[in-house]
Design a protein around this ligand. Sequence first.
Ligand code: GCO
Length: 458
Amino acid sequence: MAFSGDFVWGAATSSYQIEGGWDADDKGENVWDMQCKWPGKVHGGHTGNVACNHYEHYREDVQLMKQMQLQAYRFSVSWARVMPEGTGRLSEKGIDFYDRLIDELLAAEIEPWLTLFHWDYPLALFRRGGWLNRDSVQWFADYTRVLVDRFSDRVTHWMTLNEPQCFIGSGHYHGNDAPGIKLPIGEVLLALHHALMSHGEAVRVIREHAKIKPTVGWAPVGVVKFPVVEDAAHIDAARHAMFYWYEDDLPLWTNTWYSDPVVFGRYPADGLKRFEKHMPWLNEDDMKVMCQPLDFYGANIYNGEPIGLDAENKPVSHKRHEGAPVTSFRWAIEPASLYWGAKFLQERYKLPIVITENGLSNADLVDVDGQVEDPQRIAFLTRYLRELERCLDDDVDVRGYFQWSLMDNFEWTYGYSQRFGLVHVDFETGARTPKSSADWYRKVIESNGALLSQLTRC
Ligand code: GCO
């Protein structure tokens, strides 16, 4: 059997996308609270003010996870909920919420996998310059210390940053995600530099202070290129494209600019040649801070770009055929991206891989009998998970898989227009209805993946 006994099956969410309670108790505001008040920034003027109201319904949500037999649950902590100003004062009520959530998970025999930061940066710190301020490294270390002190007697799995490509590239250069600003490239690279140093400091703090031996990783975007034909020339071309290409002549949507510093302690040489002129502040000691030993490499993989060869055998983006399958987000459905993504990332970074996100947005709706049937999600997951199984057959060290997402939620600038959940949420009433994929996923978990080799319907 491909999936080993200790392979971890889970599902993921993030604080801003599900919690709601945006001003509950003494929570401070974060940049997404700001973004949602900014006219035109979020689809339909939607906000995360209430979202799934997980802040009040977390017990019910843990019960849903238990029904699904999830072994692990990846969630993030809202920094401004536990530290309203981002530094200094703690909110005991905010900390208490996560205490109760963690206890509830453990009582249900679900392992908490905690992400320190999934985009909801404290507004008070953004006003002090946010990631542009070098002090942000210390702010993040102090915040990490609070979570480690309070939760590491029960939490053993930690992830530092989720998708720096998005909160820096999209948030500070393209101005789409919060904080929604457009800075010149030099400032963007500086903000990212501090975020990567913050990652390193957080790893150090976790290792130094955790009460139980921690397992530490991070969760960048897995930017994936895969070969259209699986022969040696195409595989080499796809590998090259995955690690040596800069889209739009920028390093913002890459693997290497983020992960080489974190794993190898240096920015990639090809990128440095082009961007060093924007980085007069670069120094060796900072690189040492970023590069801390990791136990796993988390990759968020949804799709990838097919790579072919041009007349000179150079990698070239291969045009998908007309009518090729897409999600309701219009994202390409490319199951092979999970195989090649995990394989190439492991080859380069030599760390165990955990798929920290993967899933489908779909136009799910409640039928007249109250059921939500989502055969598309089952087909999508079957195809992707079979590719993951192929990784294991080929000895790619993949340790776990987190489905995105446990439940429908606030999809950032797209508001509630995209449903990614195994559980349907009626955003008017808050009602939760497990979709047929939830029951199917339970069976996959129960069979430890064996079910994937059969064609199953629910
Ligand atoms: C991301 C985030 C998630 C998203 C998911 C679907 O990858 O953008 O980590 O919060 O909701 O990926 O877009």
